[in-house]
Design a binder for this molecule. Structure first.
Ligand SMILES: [Zn+2]
Length: 70
């Protein structure tokens, strides 16, 4: 089973690949310690979670994630 067959955050089947900005630090991204732009597969549930988190991002294992690279 390849990494593309499941969501980046759970075992579910991904709905789509999404451009995600990932950073370490507080919800205020301007204060991010480090950030990276990645394209990762997301299931419907996690896609929805990131959508709802908006600009302040969704925290997971010490990193915040938001949709879009800008
Ligand atoms: Zn998921």
């Amino acid at each position: 089973m390849s990494a593309l067959d499941r969501c980046a955050f759970c075992q579910a089947r991904p709905l789509q690949e999404s451009a995600v900005l990932r950073w370490v630090g507080p919800a205020d991204r301007a204060a991010a310690e480090e950030e990276e732009r990645v394209t990762i597969p997301l299931c419907a549930r996690h896609l929805d979670r990131l959508r709802r988190a908006g600009g302040s991002g969704w925290e997971h294992r010490g990193r915040r994630h938001k949709l879009g690279w800008w």
